[in-house]
Structures are given as C-alpha cells and as structure tokens.
Design a protein around this ligand. Structure first.
Ligand SMILES: NC(=O)c1ccc[n+]([C@@H]2O[C@H](COP(=O)([O-])OP(=O)(O)OC[C@H]3O[C@@H](n4cnc5c(N)ncnc54)[C@H](OP(=O)(O)O)[C@@H]3O)[C@@H](O)[C@H]2O)c1
Length: 271
C-alpha cells in the first residue's frame, strides 16, 4: 500500500536518494530541507529542522491535505569536527540542535497525528557514532547517542498507540556529509591537538569518501518502511565497521577505548 512519508534532509545524500526511491515506488513523499528544490514526484518543503513553529504548520498542512501521515524519517544532520575541549558553545549548540533537537521537533509535531490514527512508523538516523564515541567527532557522537536514548524511550512510550520506532546506524558512506563538516579552527591551530586532529580527520575523510553508496541505505530504509514488525536498530555498514559494533557491545569499555586510540592514532608523537 502506498504511504504518506515525510523525510528530512531530502536535498542531498541519503535523504535525496531515499526520497527518490520511495517516490518512484508510488509513495507520496514530502521532503523537508532548507534548500529550494524541485522534483516531479517529491513535494519539497523548505524548513529548518530547528524551527519547530514552521514544522508544526507544515506538518498540519500535510495532514489536512492527505488525511494521514504514515512514516516519518528523521535523516537531516551534519557534523562538527574538533577536540571536545575546544568546542565553542555555538558549535555544541549547532551540533545538538540540528541532529538531536531537530529529530525531537519533527517527532513532537508528527506524533499527535500518528496517535490519533493509532498507527505510524518513525525511522531515526543514528550512526555508528551513536554506538561508540568517535574521537574528534565527539559532539556528533553525543548527538547520535542522544537520538539512541530518545528513540528507545519513545518506542516504549508509543508502542501501545500502534507507533513503531526504528533507528539506522550507518557506517561510512560517500555523501556530502564530509564536505559539509565544519572543522574547529582552534583545534587545528593548537600545538597539541592540531597535528593529531589533522591526521585523524584525514583518515575519517578517506573512509567516508571511499564508503558505501547511499542507494544501499535507501534500499534498507524501504525495507523498514514496508516491514510489518521492524527492528529497533539496523547497523548498515561494511563488514569491518559492523564487526566494530559487535566488539563494542561485548568487550570491556577500556579495551574498546584502546582500539579507538590505535585506530584513530590519537596519541601525540614522542618529542
Ligand atoms: N555519510 C555518512 O557516512 C553517515 C554515516 C552515519 C550517519 N550519517 C547520518 O546520515 C544523515 C544524512 O547525512 P548525509 O550523509 O546524507 O549528509 P548530506 O549529504 O550532507 O545531507 C544532509 C542533509 O541534511 C540536511 N540538513 C542539514 N542541516 C539541516 C537543517 N538545519 N534543517 C534541515 N535540514 C538540514 C541537508 O539539507 P539542506 O542543507 O538543504 O538543509 C541535507 O539534505 C545525517 O543524520 C548523518 O548524521 C551519515
């Protein structure tokens, strides 16, 4: 059955590919993003996920027109790179407000309609960075850990109203995420952190640019949209990254930190 689907961050990367796939299979797709966009079978809605008043208006318009909202996909997000110590208040607020509060805003405005319908599905974008704390992407990880806790708790609150929650935890994918990342100049310029950050960032960017293509995740999202009993969590990653998630869940915390230190080469060079 064709569904009414809202997806955020539909102008690029996962969001664009997923919106195109779902609309090509007959679903009525509303794509939220800040940029002005047009597409023959996607209705684009210009909106910042931090602007809860506009979200409320736009979601009401969709419900009034369609009579139901079946699926919400909270994909919009961005990354800020740098040391946790040197992150500015503005950087922290931007990271948490776009990735976490944006997801919360969308859920809060759509849930009243889904509760009224006694059915609905919400798919939130976490990340492998929502399973493990990634060095030099620490507030990005924090925003995704927040999504993990929020989604698990929300799932328990609204299951009884017929609303199903899922999260996707992607590994590295080649999208515009890498080019859009905002990197902390003060970390770059610091004599201690600077060289380590640049080295780690080089590794992170190489893995993202050489990562899987977004259509792999779009197909997984479509399966979740169609699933009668979707899981709470889906890791979508290459084998190595999938294994790191399994390891993280079973080995002692400090061992895992040692793996992160080695992998991201975060120890300073001996002078
Ligand atoms: N790529 C990866 O390796 C990877 C891995 C794990 C998780 N993820 C997650 O996947 C999601 C999508 O990222 P992507 O890789 O597809 O990156 P992308 O190509 O940069 O796309 C990001 C999307 O988010 C939208 N967006 C950003 N800030 C927004 C705001 N304030 N309000 C509304 N929309 C906003 C952008 O649209 P506008 O600029 O037009 O607003 C764009 O459509 C993110 O949540 C990201 O954390 C990515």
């Amino acid at each position: 059955m064709n569904k009414v689907i809202i997806i955020t961050g539909a102008s690029s990367g996962f969001g664009k590919t997923t919106a195109e796939l779902l609309s090509s299979h007959g679903h009525k797709v509303y794509g939220f993003c800040r940029r002005e966009m047009s597409h023959p079978s996607i209705t684009y809605v210009q909106c910042d996920v931090r602007d809860s008043e506009t979200i409320a208006l736009k979601v009401k318009e969709i419900y009034d027109k369609e009579g139901h909202i079946d699926v919400l996909i909270n994909n919009a997000g961005m990354g800020i790179g740098g040391s946790l110590e040197m992150a500015t208040e503005e950087e922290i607020d931007t990271q948490m407000n776009v990735n976490f509060r944006g997801c919360v805003n969308m859920c809060q405005k759509v849930l009243p309609y889904m509760r009224k319908q006694r059915q609905g599905k919400i798919i939130n974008f976490s990340s492998i960075g929502g399973v493990m704390g990634l060095p030099y992407q620490g507030f990005y990880s924090a925003s995704k850990f927040a999504i993990e806790g929020f989604t698990e708790a929300l799932s328990a609150e609204v299951k009884g109203f017929g609303i199903q929650l899922s999260m996707v935890e992607p590994g590295d994918f080649a999208t515009n995420f890498t080019a859009s990342r905002k990197n902390s100049q003060s970390t770059m310029d610091d004599p201690d952190y600077g060289p380590i950050f640049k080295r780690s960032l080089g590794l992170i960017e190489k893995e993202e640019n050489g990562g899987l293509t977004p259509d792999v995740l779009a197909r997984k999202i479509e399966k979740i949209v169609n699933a009668k009993h979707p899981r709470l969590r889906y890791v979508v990653a290459n084998f190595e990254q999938w294994l790191s998630v399994v390891l993280k869940r079973i080995i002692p915390g400090n061992w895992f930190v040692n793996i992160l230190v080695d992998y991201y080469k975060t120890k300073p060079e001996k002078k």
